[in-house]
Design a protein around this ligand. Structure first.
Ligand code: 13P
Length: 304
């Protein structure tokens, strides 16, 4: 028998208490998933939150690398991903083996890996970063040369803010590259007073048109502090839900209606309930990989 939305929410909340679980959701999740979560945030905030929760179970409403990061940080907790197919195509653009090969070509370089990467890739890296702290992490390193993986656009953006030599892995986020410069220029004509905020995973030509380049939660903070009443938002459209909810007097215009991450949208109220009922899908990083990956994640969390 199908439940209505309010019955479904009540069942999730009941079972969440029974299981001593916490629901963490990324800013790109469906609106009703964000609304039922205990915490909604960007990748950095979600890992900081996982690090300090005293819940026994973490239901991760996001994609696989996020659940893996929680498992790396808290091995004694049960981390559940409600749909095991919720992967990240950007994270899949590099393997540990291909990274090892590249490291052999650049023996002097320290490896900075974007958090959008597998646990195995983190285990091969010196330090991890997110879109919120990439510049700070690179600057904190005592090295002249950096190999940045796997997002070339975030890597390039960071390289414009540092004197360090950066080699970039050619990965990209298929959702963010859908946002094209003409999308922004057209919207700037329609909304001449609007501020343009974009995610650093966007193409260089898109970043060049922006007033601010921010992580998803950075965008939320900007939306609250700006005097602007109209904001063009260059990231996955799931963020618009939170922006509207927190800023009822302002107008948010997606830079592209096509910027939808299909795997983020695999998480639903139905499979959150199922995850709590079945205690599945459990994401557990093997101990050998976890210990190595944890060094890179801990180094990041020490810097920010
Ligand atoms: P944030 O850390 O800015 O939320 O990045 C999200 C992300 O994974 C983009 O693909």
């Amino acid at each position: 028998m199908a439940f209505n939305r309010s019955e479904l929410r009540d069942k999730i909340l009941y079972l969440k208490r029974q299981r001593k679980a916490v629901i963490l959701a990324h800013n790109y999740q469906l609106g009703e998933v964000q609304d039922i979560a205990d915490f909604v945030g960007d990748s950095l905030e979600l890992s900081q939150n996982a690090a300090k929760t005293d819940a026994e179970v973490i239901v991760f409403c996001g994609v696989l690398f996020m659940a893996e990061t929680a498992s790396i940080i808290c091995p004694d907790k049960t981390v559940l991903l409600p749909d095991i197919n919720a992967g990240c195509p950007l994270a899949d653009m590099i393997t540990a083996e291909s990274l090892r090969e590249r490291k052999r070509e650049l023996p002097e370089a320290l490896v900075v890996c974007y958090i959008n990467s597998s646990a195995e890739v983190k285990a091969e890296s010196d330090v991890c970063c997110t879109s919120a702290n990439g510049g700070k992490i690179v600057e904190s390193l005592d090295a002249k040369e950096i190999l940045f993986v796997p997002d070339q656009y975030l890597g390039h953006y960071i390289s414009t803010k540092t004197d360090k030599k950066m080699s970039l892995w050619p990965g990209f986020c298929p959702t963010h590259v859908r946002i094209q410069p003409p999308d922004i220029t057209r919207l700037k004509q329609d909304y001449p007073q609007a501020k343009v905020i974009v995610h650093p995973e966007c193409k260089l030509e898109v970043i060049a048109l922006a007033d601010e380049v921010l992580s998803t939660s950075g965008m939320c903070r900007f939306a609250q502090r700006t005097e602007a009443k109209e904001i063009i938002v260059g990231t996955e459209i799931g963020l618009i839900h939170r922006l509207k909810k927190e800023n009822p007097g302002k107008r948010f215009i997606p830079a592209s209606e096509r910027a939808i991450c299909p795997t983020m949208k695999l998480i639903t109220l139905e499979n959150i309930l199922w995850a709590l009922e079945e205690m599945a899908y459990e994401v557990k990083v093997p101990e050998e990989i976890r210990l190595k990956a944890k060094v890179a994640v801990d180094r990041m969390l020490e810097v920010v």
